[in-house]
Design a protein around this ligand. Structure first.
Ligand code: NAD
Length: 329
C-alpha cells in the first residue's frame, strides 16, 4: 500500500519510518500541510495521514481526494477542527483521529510545573544569573501538604490524580462524570469548593461552550492567594486578561500555561529577533510569577510513537475497507 504522511515534524519522521519498516509499507513523508495548492501530491497514493492546524481547504479538496481514490484521512492528533467533516463524509472519506496517546505525558508536565512553581525555581535560577544567591522569603510547602484541584478528570486529569496521590497530596476533582478508579482517594466536589480549597488548580477539560473562559476574575478571587494555576488544556478555558490581572495583583501566587488563546501564530515557530506584535503575549512574558511553554506538554517519545503508530494503522484499515477504531465522522 502506498501511504502519504504529510507535515511530519522531525521526531515524528523517526517513528513514521519505524512503523513503515515494521509493517513493510511504502510510506512517503512530507514536511508541508495539505492545502488546495498541493492537493495533486496525493494522486497515486492509497492512504493519507495529516497533522496540521491550517484548514484542509475548500470542499473541492475532498472531492479531489475521492477522485484520486482516497477513502480515508488519518489525523495524527486528537484535534481535527481543520477538517470539514461533512465535506469528507459527502465524498466517502472516513476521518480518524488519535483520541488518546499518552495521558502521562501531560500529567508529568503538570508535576514538573507544580514543582517549579512551588519551589520558586524560575526565580532562584534568574536571581543566580544576576549573582543574587539569597533565598529568604521563598519558603515552599511539600507535596504531602497540598490539595491538588483537578478540573476535568478524564484521561489526563485521572493520570494527574494518580501521580499526586502517589506523592501524598490530597486530591479534589470537579467533573460531572466520576471515575470509579479514583473513588478511593479523590473527593469529587463543586467548582467553587475546589477553587477555594486547592493549593494547585490544574485544568484538564475539553474546550466546549461550557468550558470557554471557565476561569474568570470571579474564579481567581475564590482561590487562595498562595495558590497556583496550571493550564495544559486549551487556552480559551482561561480568561487571559483576568489571569494577568490576578497574577499582577497577587490574587493568586503564580501560573504555568502550556496553552494560550493567541498561540496559533507563535507556538511551534521561532520568533527570535522579530517583533512579537502582540501586547498580551509580551505582558505574559514579563510576569515573574508566570511560566509559559509552547504547547509541549504532550511532547514525549512515548506520545510521538503512539500518535504515529495509531494513525498509520488507522490509515491502512480505512484504505483497505476494514473497520477503523477511531472514526470521527
Ligand atoms: P477527556 O475527554 O479524556 O477528559 C475530559 C474530562 O473533562 C471528562 O472527564 C469530562 O467529563 C470533563 N469535563 C467536561 N466538561 C467539564 C466541565 N465543564 N467541568 C468539569 N469537567 C468537565 O480529555 P483528555 O484527553 O484528558 O484531555 C483534556 C484536555 O487536555 C483537553 O482540552 C485536550 O485538548 C488537552 N490536551 C492538551 C495537550 C497538551 O499538549 N497541552 C495534550 C493532549 C490533550
Amino acid at each position: 500500500m502506498k501511504i502519504l504522511a504529510m507535515n511530519a515534524f522531525t521526531e515524528e519522521v523517526v517513528e513514521l519510518k519505524k512503523w513503515a519498516q515494521e509493517n513493510k509499507q511504502d510510506l512517503t513523508i512530507t514536511e508541508t500541510p495539505l492545502t488546495t495548492e498541493n492537493i495533486d501530491q496525493v494522486k497515486g497514493f492509497d492512504a493519507l495521514s495529516v497533522q496540521q492546524v491550517v484548514p484542509l481547504g475548500s470542499p473541492a479538496v475532498y472531492a479531489k481526494l475521492a477522485e484520486f481514490g482516497i477513502k480515508q484521512i488519518a489525523v495524527r492528533s486528537v484535534g481535527y477542527e481543520f477538517i470539514d467533516l461533512a465535506a469528507a463524509k459527502a465524498n466517502g472519506l472516513v476521518v480518524t483521529n488519535v483520541p488518546v496517546y499518552s495521558p502521562r505525558s501531560v500529567a508529568e508536565y503538570v508535576l514538573a510545573q507544580t514543582m517549579r512553581l512551588l519551589r520558586h525555581l524560575n526565580q532562584f535560577e534568574e536571581n543566580a544569573i544576576q549573582h543574587d544567591f539569597t533565598w529568604l522569603g521563598k519558603i515552599s510547602p511539600e507535596l504531602s501538604e497540598l490539595t491538588i484541584g483537578i478540573i476535568g478528570a478524564g484521561h489526563i486529569g485521572s493520570a494527574v490524580a494518580q501521580i499526586f496521590h502517589a506523592l501524598g497530596s490530597q486530591i479534589m476533582i470537579n467533573d460531572p462524570v466520576e471515575n470509579p478508579d479514583l473513588a478511593g482517594f479523590a473527593t469529587y466536589t463543586d467548582l467553587t469548593t475546589l477553587l477555594t480549597a486547592s493549593d494547585v488548580v490544574t485544568l484538564h477539560v475539553p474546550l466546549t461552550s461550557q468550558t470557554m473562559k471557565l476561569l474568570s476574575t470571579e474564579s481567581f478571587a475564590k482561590m487562595k492567594a498562595s495558590a497556583y494555576l496550571i493550564n495544559a488544556a486549551r487556552g480559551q478555558v482561561v480568561d487571559t486578561p483576568a489571569l494577568i490581572q490576578a497574577l499582577k495583583s497577587g490574587t493568586i501566587a503564580g501560573a504555568a500555561l502550556d496553552v494560550w488563546t493567541g498561540e496559533g501564530p507563535y507556538f511551534d515557530y521561532d520568533w527570535q529577533g522579530k517583533d512579537l506584535n502582540n501586547s498580551e503575549l509580551e505582558t505574559l512574558l514579563t510576569l515573574p510569577n508566570l511560566i509559559l511553554t509552547p504547547h509541549i506538554a504532550f511532547f514525549t517519545k512515548h506520545s510521538v510513537h503512539n500518535i504515529a503508530y495509531t494513525a498509520l494503522n488507522e490509515a491502512v484499515r480505512g484504505a483497505s475497507g476494514q473497520p477503523v477504531k477511531h472514526p470521527v465522522n
